[in-house]
Design a protein around this ligand. Structure first.
Ligand code: UN1
Length: 514
């Protein structure tokens, strides 16, 4: 049952956040809907390419001033943003649930992920380390220096409408860049709230240090495809970080490469878990269900393929079928719900098409997949997560369908067979193995094991922490965001050689006497 009308809830949250929902004006061609009941939340105007260019121009101007602010002071802006996020975690988390349809705990978790990356970035603001390098010439020193890249463009997806922005924004800002953000056209409201909080953080810092944060440092350009294309095409956008489908990434990557820009791509995943004969099945079931049906199967790290050893296959499948039939699907704002709605009708249609294809390709059994909770709204698209046993890794299994479908495959031989299946897809984001056998775990993590950017042992494929680099190989795009040394993607590297010898020896012993 839907308890509170979505518009009423939006108005209440906006009030608590001190933010005003934009009134429909101009073209008002972006209709924002609440996936939980299909209600219209707001109408915004999509930004035209000329408006996006104006935002980029303003960001270029701001970036030139921001790069001169010492990095630890830039960190102070992000520290203040983190404080505001802590203060408003409950409301922003709920707004994420309202606009993206994820359950309350996941909405809160997403804001926690923002806080975590902000904290990480604050520490980083005192650690943008270069190197010193031994020079082959006497009386010389070499070093490596990191400078801001310039303007960083961010294209984000509906499923993590705020956390993925923060991975990019927090790092880009401490690294000395200005940012221009095109949020998903399905979730622009949460983006506007983030911008509102960042502006508040900037005003606080400017009150203490007048003129520190330049006007226009952060721009949000709600829009559809044309707005993203304008970001990709502009030579003034030094780095473009794009999260979304492989189809979108392919277009963005080509456009950015054409002008020798840099892109950070975080695209589709087709994540698998190998369950070996020695696996702890109790633990595996819990990990599988969270990874496969959490966020209604709409994470890029969602578990989509299960590769199970023949000796435990039937027992595991029977346990999973029981859980799948009883899992709580419903209004994401009800605390007891575990699976909320799909984002929209398009997602539902794509899921049904994939299931029909799976049947045509010889599915051996299928549980779930049907539409449920129609009473919550005619334009609200809830499904029972689908568990589909397949005879082989057919065409549909090799594709990413952004919905809760878990394909189950059996392997009978040794681990090499399972790893070959796991790697035999175009995508390479996340992967996992459940095993109690140390040698199997190590083989899975070795160079001959999983070919993904993320490889886990005895945990699922999703729910990564911010401390590690996040991203994947092959059609996932190769980008790395978030922790580890991903910050280097937002900076340009300069190699410096300094001569304090009074002579002019040349490298490689070259003689050039004039
Ligand atoms: C995404 O789905 O785009 O690992 C990001 C996770 C989250 C991030 C997912 N921390 O599931």
């Amino acid at each position: 049952m839907v308890t509170e009308n979505s518009q009423v809830r939006l108005a209440r949250l906006a009030r608590l956040l001190g933010w005003t929902v934009p009134a429909a004006g101009g073209a008002a061609d972006l209709a924002v809907r609440a996936p939980r009941d299909g209600a219209l939340l707001a109408r915004l105007s999509a930004q035209t390419p000329a408006q996006v260019q104006a935002a980029i121009d303003a960001a270029v101007r701001a970036g030139k001033r921001w790069r001169a602010v010492p990095a630890p002071v830039r960190g102070e802006l992000v520290r203040r943003l983190a404080a505001l996020l802590r203060e408003h975690k409950a409301q922003l988390g709920e707004l994420v649930s309202l606009e993206a349809g994820k359950i309350l705990g996941e909405g809160q978790g997403e804001v926690q992920e923002m806080i975590d990356i902000c904290d990480f970035a604050v520490g980083l603001s005192r650690q943008l380390h270069g190197l010193t390098i031994a020079s082959e010439r006497p009386g010389h020193r070499m070093m490596e220096t990191w400078h801001p890249a310039g303007v960083v463009g961010i294209i984000s997806a509906f499923n993590f409408p705020v956390a993925v922005w923060s991975w990019n924004a927090a790092l880009a800002l401490v690294c000395g860049n200005a940012i221009v953000w095109k949020p998903s056209e399905k979730t622009p409201l949460t983006a506007l709230v983030c911008q509102h909080l960042l502006q508040q953080a900037a005003a606080q810092l400017n009150a203490e240090r007048p003129g520190c944060v330049p006007e226009g440092l952060s721009q949000v350009v709600p829009g559809a495809r044309e707005a993203g294309e304008a970001l990709a095409a502009s030579p003034q956008v030094a780095v473009l970080s794009a999260t979304g489908s492989t189809r979108m990434g392919r277009q963005v990557a080509v456009k950015v490469a054409e002008r020798f820009g840099r892109s950070i791509l975080e695209l589709g995943g087709n994540n698998a878990m190998v369950v070996t004969a020695s696996a702890d099945l109790e633990l595996a079931v819990r990990a599988i269900v969270f990874a496969a049906v959490g966020t209604a199967g709409q994470r890029c790290t969602t578990l989509r393929r299960l590769i199970v050893h023949a000796s435990v296959h039937d027992a595991l499948l029977a346990r999973l079928e029981r859980v799948y039939q009883s899992i709580a699907v419903g209004d994401p704002l009800q605390p007891s719900t575990l699976v909320g709605p799909l984002i929209d009708r398009g997602a539902f249609d794509a899921m049904q098409a994939a299931l029909a294809q799976a049947r045509a390709e010889g599915a051996l059994s299928m549980v779930g997949g049907e539409r449920v909770c129609q009473a919550l709204g005619e334009d609200a698209w809830y499904v029972r997560p689908a568990l589909v046993q397949m005879p082989a890794q057919t065409a549909v299994v090799r594709e990413e369908t952004f919905a809760p479908i878990l394909y189950v495959l059996r392997y009978g031989g040794d681990l090499d067979e399972a790893v070959a299946l796991q790697n035999d897809v175009p995508q390479g984001l996340s992967s996992a193995i459940f095993t109690q056998d140390l040698a199997e775990a190590e083989r899975f993590l070795s160079a001959a094991g999983s070919d993904c950017g993320i490889a886990n042992v005895n945990i699922g494929t999703s729910g990564a922490e911010i401390g590690g680099a996040f991203g994947g190989e092959k059609e996932t795009g190769g980008g790395r965001e978030s922790g580890s040394d991903a910050w280097k993607g937002y900076m340009r590297r300069a190699t410096n050689t300094i001569n304090f010898s009074g002579a002019l020896p040349l490298a490689q012993g070259v003689r050039f006497d004039v």
